[in-house]
Design a binder for this molecule. Sequence first.
Ligand SMILES: [Fe+2]
Length: 202
Amino acid sequence: MAETIQPLGRTAFGNAADKGNVLTETEATELLNTWVPNERLQLHMKQVAAVMKAWALEKEQLPENEAYKWWLAGLLHDADWEQYPDQHCKIIIEELEKRHVDPEVMHCIASHGPKYFGVEPENTMDKMIYVFDELSGFIHAAALIRPTKYEGMDVKSITKKLKTPSFAAQVSRDDINDALSRIPVPLEEIIQFIIEHQKDVV
Ligand SMILES: [Fe+2]
């Protein structure tokens, strides 16, 4: 992420009265299509959304309506990145506040880069978006250079690439390690989960 990103300057978002409010899938997809012309970035956001939702359902055993919030935060977390790189996160959060979205969604979006946005991940949803964001992009970069893409990809090949600083050098290993230090799940399990749940996202 750009070093010029301005911290958000606040850690509370939205209005408690909006708890439970979300954008519909159609509204969220429309926002994605309008705000993010870059198809590669769109795919990244869809992948993070899919992994977030799957984790909420399978690992956290959350009901569908709670898992939907995980999906929504994942889908929109980089929505303003392309058009407003210096105000990344600020613009999409303000948009979702205007649309009276559940504060948890905005807090989760704001949690995907503590050192950039100045917001510490608090709940599990916050912590997992931080974990998944960089690793999802990293694994996709690894898939792109394989002739069979995700087919037959194993966890070890990813952990090895993480130790190779020249591979996908823009992916911050420090951020990944910091994110992982906040959850009780080993890296290998996270990698396996990401491979399984983002491989078919288009
Ligand atoms: Fe991202």
